[in-house]
Design a protein around this ligand. Sequence first.
Ligand code: NAD
Length: 283
Amino acid sequence: MAINRIMVIGAGQMGGGIAQVAAQSGLQVVLNDLKPEFIDRGLAVIAKNLSRSVEKERITAAEKEAILGRIVPSTDLADAAAVDFVVEAASENMEIKSGIFRALDKAARPGVILATNTSSLPITEVAAVTSRAGSVIGMHFMNPVPVMPLVEVIRGIATTDATFAAVDALAKAMGKTPVEVNDAPGFISNRVLLPMINEAIFCVYEGVATPEAVDQVMKLGMNHPMGPLTLADFIGLDTCLAIMEVLHEGFADSKYRPCPLLRKMVKAGWLGKKSGKGFFEYA
Ligand code: NAD
């Protein structure tokens, strides 16, 4: 099935980025969220990103308008009936994702691929709530989507070769580099990254060093472009905690226990850049 019109569920950090990149690559995009104001917020971020590209002369003002014109808002999952492909980027919560996938399975035409951008939840479990497990797959973009080249393409136990090939091709058409991964807690990216971030948080929790010092060590000593605590703030501390919980539960291994300081900060509403405060402050 040719993929010309896609639906993106969730207009947050990731969904907005996916919608932008898809529209930039010429696809028609239906951008869905719970409330119109959430979509407006997502569209405003996309418009700001595109304006920056116009200023840097990467695209023209006319191209910016054309890209924005390819994105239409939706607050109804039934709109999936009119698209050729769906990628879900709603909050990292199995109950939320299961509800969305049940509704999408009913609404989307048979054969339409349903992908999830989950950071860590089992693709196989998401697929199991649908009647089309062979057409369900992980399509894990990195943050910020317009900048990062990687897409982990994750096969659930039932994902067909045709589904994999279609998503592999779509990622390439969106200018990304897909890497094939099998379904396991945290896939590759977050299984390796999040324990490092969690350990950095333990260093602060145990008073080994300040957040500034932890980040400086990893930037200057390990050549990381961004320290792990700044990166945690950018990912969102709630998302970081959710991923650690998945690793902890999925592997049943105490080495993945989330740091108590991470839990405390999430309870305080200190979610990182998106809430204005995490390990660092944001205007
Ligand atoms: P976010 O909080 O910025 O955005 C989530 C959006 O989903 C919100 O706008 C929310 O209103 C919407 N939403 C919630 N329930 C919904 C529903 N039932 N229907 C439609 N929309 C709904 O979160 P995010 O950082 O964009 O993360 C989204 C997904 O992408 C998560 O699964 C996350 O794990 C994954 N992810 C995040 C990152 C990252 O760095 N933040 C990277 C890769 C993948």
